[in-house]
Design a protein around this ligand. Structure first.
Ligand code: 9MR
Length: 569
């Protein structure tokens, strides 16, 4: 589909919940308020008012006005907001607004599966493909993968899991946060009693109807892979996790997974990867126990061994130079990964050794900093603050909850200062900035769960507004959602822009978003001089602004489920 023309009237192009915040941003240098009209599909004005002059938006430099039509709550499709003779993209108002995105953003993970054929009946005919990386020629992996030279002298079966992103690497560090967010989404919904929509036979997974909620079936595909990455007993560094497995050299674009002819290799175990395994396997043991006790026990055993191995080898850092054929996912500070793993093990077992590791960490009393793949302490804080019955003193739990709501209030304050109500500041437009927005929104949603205060729900929903079109580029970053949505995300199989026989990304795929660093050749060529929030191009070559990734779709899926479950507060 050809992209629709940009409009200065920026809305969530999917729409708004009937009982939710409804705000828009208008780009205009007018110094006085402007009249606005909300029109229904027939073109009839159903609400009207005046804008508020907001002034320069710090992240885009654009002169902005704000429109607030929250009071209008009548469901319908094809609404437009008209200001100064210009109409927004059409949008809906519906309590079911996020139901489709909840399923599609989760389906991304099925589409990214390695080691299993992708079925047309689940994925759509255009996205069906044979299994990738099951040791069938020309693939050289992943059923028996050697290490890089000097790292180990045996092969390991590391089949399965999800491809990380537009590349076909599989990384334990990034797999950890993505898995945690899917499982946490279920854990949150289960507490709220709204988990039916993530349940058995509601999502696009082949394991439907097996008695296990579908979202947990999806996460298990990765958990099984993460556990396969653990160094076997009796080998050097037993219990640690290999950092990653990927091709010896970067593959060309496009490359279908089943046609990848590169040798796959295991890269040296790292403490960070080992703690990602410990954290997610401990979370697994807790959440899967009611559905599959044997699997939960296997997870707990893996988590305990990973924790012990990380304690024994606490400073094996993945090198930043290891970025040939795959990303480095390097991290020089693993104190947050220790905290996260200890928190998950404590929440699952209640044991003193893990409680002591939690309470002796400086991070236990520190502010709740923003989380991402390299900074995971707040994942542990969320678990400790929300899981019932965690064996910590009441004071500690109260402080953790307070730290999370303080962080959420900080995001709300940042949003209020900007023309587009986005929780990241003007200097926060880094590689994957859209995931920063989504992760901050998750913290606001957690604050809503902890306090019941509507301002936090509103902050989470308005963050979705930003991601779905209320932004400096008038762009929905989610494929298939919105009239002016991204469709050429960087991906080796969904590479229609380079090869018309291949599909575009399926609906629900989430672009990394503006990155002011201009860290790829296409961005460097096309985006010179961009304001931070405008450093994005919908071109398959721009991997630093337009890739997809499991750790980005995971918070989108988390938020879509949250929004779908809270249409009316
Ligand atoms: O998300 C990662 C980002 O924080 C880093 O700055 C960037 C460069 O190291 O790498 C990103 O992760 C990529 C990974 O290295 C390889 N697979 C694709 C990931 C998303 O672009």
């Amino acid at each position: 589909a050809a992209a629709a023309a940009d409009t200065p009237v920026r809305v969530n192009q999917l729409g708004y919940l009937p009982d939710g915040p409804k705000r828009a941003t208008v780009v205009s240098s007018a110094t006085a308020p402007l009249a606005w009209q909300l029109r229904n599909a027939a073109g009839t004005a159903v609400a009207s008012g005046s804008t508020t002059v907001h002034g320069a938006d710090p992240a885009s430099g654009q002169a902005t006005h704000l429109v607030d039509f929250t009071a209008y709550g009548t469901a319908g499709t094809g609404y437009t907001l008209v200001v100064d003779g210009r109409a927004s993209h059409p949008f809906g108002i519906s309590a079911a607004l996020y139901d489709g995105l909840r399923a599609d953003s989760m389906s991304f993970f099925y589409q990214q599966r390695s080691g299993i054929p992708i079925d047309a009946s689940l994925a759509g005919a255009a996205w069906a493909r044979p299994a990738g990386h099951l040791g069938v020629a020309p693939n050289k992996g992943d059923t028996s993968v050697p290490c890089q030279a000097g790292v180990c002298d045996y092969n390991l079966d590391v089949r399965g899991g999800w491809y990380d992103a537009g590349d076909q690497g599989k990384y334990v560090v990034n797999g950890g946060i993505a898995t945690w967010q899917l499982v946490n989404s279920f854990e949150r919904a289960h507490r709220a009693g709204t988990d039916a929509a993530l349940g058995d036979s509601t999502l696009k997974v082949p394991e439907r109807g097996n008695g296990v909620p579908d979202v947990l079936d999806e996460a298990r595909w990765e958990l099984d892979f993460l556990m396969r990455m653990q160094v076997p007993a009796g080998k050097p560094m037993a219990g640690m996790a290999f950092h990653k497995v990927h091709d010896a050299q970067w593959t060309g674009l496009p490359t279908r997974p089943e046609l990848d002819s590169q040798q796959r290799e295991l890269h040296k175990p790292s403490t960070a990867a080992t703690l990602n395994l410990a954290a997610t396997a401990a979370q697994c043991a807790r959440v899967y126990a009611p559905y599959d006790a044997a699997f939960a026990a296997k997870c707990l055993d893996s988590a305990r061994r990973a924790w012990a191995a990380a304690k024994a080898d606490p400073n094996v850092l993945a090198p930043g130079t290891d970025s040939t054929g795959g990303g480095a996912y390097d991290d020089t500070d693993v104190s947050d990964e220790f905290y996260w793993a200890a928190a998950e093990l404590l929440a699952t077992t209640g044991e003193a050794q893990y409680r002591d590791a939690v309470t002796s960490s400086a991070l236990h009393t520190a502010p709740a900093d923003a989380f991402w793949w390299g900074g995971t302490a707040t994942l542990g804080r969320i678990t400790l603050a929300t899981v019932p019955g965690v064996a910590l003193p009441a004071d500690d739990l109260a402080r953790l909850r307070g730290r999370l709501t303080t962080a959420a209030d900080g995001y709300l304050a940042t949003m209020a200062g900007q023309g587009y109500a986005v929780p990241i500041a003007a200097d926060g437009y880094v590689w994957g900035s859209n995931s920063s927005v989504a992760n901050d929104a998750v913290v606001m949603a957690v604050a809503y769960e902890l306090t019941g205060q509507q301002r936090y729900r509103a902050g989470a929903l308005e963050s979705l507004d930003y991601l779905l079109g209320r932004n400096a580029l008038d762009r929905s970053y989610v494929t298939g959602y919105g009239e002016n949505a991204s469709e050429n995300q960087h991906h080796r199989f969904w590479a229609h822009q380079n090869d018309a026989s291949l599909p575009h990304p399926p609906a629900g795929s989430f672009a990394g978003g503006p990155d002011s660093g201009l860290q790829d050749p296409v961005a460097a060529e096309k985006l010179t001089g961009c304001a931070p929030a405008a450093c994005y191009v919908d071109d398959i070559g721009s991997y630093s602004t337009n890739e997809v990734a499991i750790n980005w779709n995971a918070p989108l899926a988390w938020l879509a489920a949250f929004a779908a479950e809270h249409p009316g507060g």
